[in-house]
Design a protein around this ligand. Structure first.
Ligand code: OSB
Ligand code: MG
Length: 369
């Protein structure tokens, strides 16, 4: 398909409540939304690096700039028969995976819409329901955390993830485990620990956690292997995995046992499928992570989470988890059993609210063939 028009929007939407992690507080989303057109077909993509380079080295405004100055000019007016060809045209750019994924996910969505098929079919999905877990930010006390968990469990979520950092970890995990002895439970450290904390982290082993996510440095896969050899709880890599090659090396080094696939962090769906396949061959389950995405991003993630080795609950919350109003219609809702329905129409099976997007746009550019 020849890419005839690309519009990129940086969209600001406030959260209904702040989200606190070991790297700080986030109060609003600065999402990158892409509208792509070819031959009457339209596709929408989304990427959500944070407002500052505190989770990854990318941030919303650098992604916008790289799209404007480098990636859009590299693909506009060109004809690609599949995502591999599109990715080859962007491969001269090092890194900047979130920026690339904004274009790449729009391209897949456009191909699905043009073919009149649900996106999950093009991606190779095999599931007809997608399971959601909730990610709960750092709280002021273990009691407050237990109440948050209780509230979210009534919404149907099938697993609970709690953010941890030194000083807000063991007692918090213990409190949730004692209140809910049987729920699938995990913790996410967002790189808050070092190898000096091995003994400390070993205390988590008694809580029967499904995993500990990214305990060590954002760019490490070597120390994670050392840590995994000394703790029972499976390590899940998030921040450290940007490419299929990273996944292959992590498997080889035994840096963990699970990967959290964020479509943006790995540069789009084609790379996400490759990471999925590498993990499947290694016997590592995967799941789909989140960046407090808007509903478009959540809908794209739901389609990807239908792949066979996505066998753990996903950070795919409904629209009202973070937002009062969302950019897709219908909004993303959770079934009472904590599952999402997948697309039953072309593409993501939802309308994108363009006027609402424009009303919340901070900056925007357009590129035409
Ligand atoms: O580490 O998974 C993470 C949000 C922003 C940056 C990093 C992370 C997160 C989350 C939110 O945990 C999960 C979600 O979007 O539901
Ligand atoms: Mg994480």
């Amino acid at each position: 398909m020849r890419i005839e028009r690309i519009e990129v929007f940086q969209v600001r939407l406030p959260f209904t409540a702040p989200f606190r992690t070991s790297f700080g507080d986030t109060l609003e989303q600065l999402s990158i939304v892409v509208k792509m057109q070819s031959d009457g077909a339209v596709g929408w993509g989304e990427a959500d690096p944070l407002f500052a380079p505190i989770y990854s080295s990318e941030m919303s405004s650098t992604a916008f700039l790289v799209l404007q100055e480098v990636l859009a000019p590299a693909v506009i007016g060109r004809d690609f028969s599949n995502a591999d060809e599109l990715n080859a045209a962007m491969s001269f750019v090092r890194g900047n995976q979130f920026a690339k994924s904004a274009i790449e996910t729009a391209f897949w969505c456009m191909c699905a819409n043009a073919a009149g098929k649900p996106l999950h079919q093009l991606l190779g999905g095999t599931r007809d329901k997608v399971v959601a877990g909730v990610s709960i930010g750092l709280q002021d006390s273990p009691e407050a955390l237990v109440e948050e968990a209780r509230r979210f469990l009534t919404h149907g979520y099938q697993r609970v993830k709690i953010k941890v950092k030194p000083g807000k970890d063991i007692a918090y995990a213990r409190a949730v485990r004692e209140a809910f002895p049987d729920i699938p439970l995990m913790v996410d450290a967002n790189s808050a620990y070092t190898l000096d904390d091995v003994e400390h982290l070993r205390q988590l082993d008694e809580f029967n956690l499904i995993m500990i996510e990214q305990p060590l440095a954002y760019d490490d896969i070597v120390d994670h292997a050392r840590l995994q050899a000394q703790i029972e709880t499976p390590i899940c890599l998030d921040e450290s995995i940007h490419t299929p090659a990273d996944a292959r090396k992590a498997v080889e080094l035994r840096s963990g046992k699970i990967i959290n696939i964020k479509i943006g962090r790995v540069g789009g769906f084609a790379n996400a499928i490759a990471v999925h396949d590498i993990c499947q061959a290694a016997g590592w389950p995967v799941w789909v992570g989140g960046m407090m995405d808007l509903g478009l991003g959540q809908a794209l993630k739901i389609e990807f989470a239908t792949l066979p080795n996505v066998s753990l609950a996903n950070d795919i919350p409904p629209s009202n988890r973070f937002y009062a109003e969302d950019i897709v219609e219908p909004a993303v809702t959770l079934n009472p059993d904590g599952t999402h329905d997948i697309s039953s129409g072309p593409g993501i099976g939802r309308q994108v609210k363009e006027a609402f997007i424009r009303a919340h746009t901070v900056q925007q550019f357009e590129s035409r063939a």
